[in-house]
Design a protein. Sequence first.
Length: 139
Amino acid sequence: MRLIRRYPNRKLYDVQSSRYVSLKSLREMILSGEEIRVESSTDGKDLTRVTLARLKLVEAEQAVRSIPETVATHLGQGVEVMMRRLHNLESGIGHFRSTLTNPLARMEQVANQIDELQRSVDQLQERLEDLEAVIRDKE
C-alpha cells in the first residue's frame, strides 16, 4: 500500500517515491490498481476517503465544464422544464417526419389517380374504335 501524506497546505507527498504528487497523479495510481492511504502529516489521521472525494469533485467539475452552457442552463432549470423541452423537441421531430412523409403519400395518391385516368382513356379509346368499326361496317 502506497502511503501519501497530506500537509496543511493541501499538498500531497508520496512517501515511497519521495516527491510531491498531484491529484491527477493520485488518480493514475488508483487507476493502475495501486492501493493508497492518505494520512494527515500532523496527526496521522486517515484522510483517504476525503481525498478520494476531493478527487471525484475535481473530476465532476471538469465534466461540468465540458457540458455546453445551454445544456448546463437547462439542467439548472430543473427536471420539469427539461422534460417539457424534451417533449416539445419530440413533437417537433414528429411534425418534421410527417411533413416528409405526407408529400410522398400525396405523390402516391396522384400516381394512382393518373393510373385510373389512363385506364379510363384506354376504355374510351376501345369504345371509339368499336364505334368506328360499326360505322365502317355500315358503309
